[in-house]
Design a protein around this ligand. Structure first.
Ligand code: SAJ
Length: 400
């Protein structure tokens, strides 16, 4: 059996490597030759705990190969990005080009699975494309959608242990796809249809976004009311049926800040809450930047000199090195728009940054007049609260 992956990124690469680790022959296809060459050397181009070892082992054993062109295989998985374009409209062109790449190679009994986060109807659309180009395959190949659900930083564990939702274009497709996932998934496999599986993925991330928006809205209310939002949330969560998430500097990453738009774009009238949550979470980052600016002005008026400002964290969430769609990075860019003088930028999870000069976190904290915590990295919890400084604790490092 040969399993072929289209896309060797944050999800495709670990999934391929885990399968190869189970003794399954795996071939990975990526349009980026640098990515392919890195994997061919048994190395990796992304940061994920434990991944380097699994990839190296698979490549050395010969179970895991990679190239820029596809092979004839038994199972084909599409794990490419689906960004948005224009006014937050989903861009499924990478899914479509992967489907077109595999089209000439498809044969009877093959299974074609899309894992990329996709708007409702994408799998049916790709099935229509396949059967338009290859009508002889209708009813003879299985086509399904199965979203990934892994949390960056814990991917290798969650890939195996999370439940999966698997939606075929027909029952035979669902069953065939389930058979495939049984090769490496120890969680439960839940069968459904393709449209439900697609909306399920979007629902999971939208649900989290809406819940975080509630926490962020509370933080704005508390700021006006002079109430500590962290204490408030902790107390409210003492109710047996209340579980409020944490407010922060906004919502980032390439999933939660993106996926809800796929629902809003297709069902704008019906998704007012989901759309508003997106706006609230985006606004929160803007609000944080404004807070830093007004704190700087206040300092200057009071002390007759410009303040030194520590901006603590650039990543999109605690303890990772991933800056994609990061609200912290947006805030840093915004407050430093008119010059970098007086700012100390901190990100303990990366060694250097192309634009910002990084400062060690303790040094930045000690030297600053104003400290803005944008991400609650573990390191920051070891700092002592300093009453002499203006501390803007957006991430809840001190919770006071
Ligand atoms: N955040 C808060 N407050 C919270 C929790 C998170 O402000 O209480 C912020 C984080 O700081 C970050 C953003 O939300 O900026 C997203 O972080 P996250 O840890 O909630 O999620 P991701 O983007 O790392 O991963 C999510 C996960 N989805 C859900 O938990 C429903 C993961 O399971 C998905 O596989 C992943 O999206 C994906 O690939 O779709």
């Amino acid at each position: 059996m040969l399993v072929q992956f289209f896309g060797l990124g944050y999800i495709g690469l670990p999934t391929a490597a885990v399968l190869a680790g189970k003794g399954v022959r795996v071939h990975g296809v990526d349009v980026n030759p640098d990515v392919v060459e890195t994997i061919q050397r048994g190395e990796i181009h992304i940061v994920e705990p434990g991944l380097a070892e699994v990839v190296k082992e698979g490549v050395l054993k010969g179970d895991f190969t990679a190239s820029t062109s596809p092979l004839s295989a038994d199972v084909h998985l599409v794990v490419v990005p689906t960004p948005f374009k224009g006014a937050h409209e989903p861009d499924i062109s990478f899914v479509e080009s992967a489907t077109r790449m595999v089209l000439p190679l498809l044969k009877e009994e093959d299974t074609f699975i899309i894992e990329s986060t996709s708007p409702v109807g994408t799998t049916e659309q790709m099935a229509a494309l396949i059967f338009f180009e290859r009508p002889e395959l209708e009813g003879k190949v299985s086509i399904a959608y199965c979203p990934e659900r892994v949390l960056p930083g814990n991917v290798l564990h969650e890939l195996v242990h999370n439940d999966r939702v698997i939606g075929g274009i027909d029952e035979q497709s669902t069953e065939k796809a389930k058979e495939f996932y049984r090769l490496f998934v120890e969680g439960e496999l839940h069968g459904t249809n393709a449209r439900t599986a697609e909306l399920c993925k979007l629902t999971e991330n939208s649900s989290r976004d809406v819940q975080i928006a509630f926490a962020n809205e509370l933080s704005l209310i508390c700021d006006r009311a002079g109430i500590n939002v962290w204490e408030l949330v902790e107390l409210a969560n003492r109710h047996p049926r209340v579980n409020i998430l944490k407010p922060g500097a906004g919502v980032g990453g390439h999933c939660i800040a993106v996926d809800p738009w796929f629902i809003v774009s297709d069902y704008p009238k019906e998704s007012r809450l989901i759309g508003t949550a997106r706006d609230i979470n985006n606004y929160k980052a803007f609000w944080c930047a404004e807070k830093i600016r007004s704190s700087m002005l206040e300092f200057e008026l009071r002390h007759g000199r410009k303040p030194r400002v520590a901006l603590m964290g650039l990543a999109f969430k605690p303890n990772i090195d991933d800056l994609r769609e990061s609200p912290a990075k947006y805030i840093v860019q915004k407050v430093m728009q008119s010059g970098q003088d007086g700012f100390l930028v901190v990100e303990p999870n990366i060694d250097e940054h192309g634009v910002f000069k990084l400062t060690e976190y303790r040094e930045a904290y000690d030297r600053a007049d104003i400290v803005a915590f944008l991400v609650a990295h573990d390191e920051f919890h070891s700092l002592d609260y300093d009453n002499e400084k203006a501390i803007l604790d957006f991430a809840g490092v001190f919770r006071r």
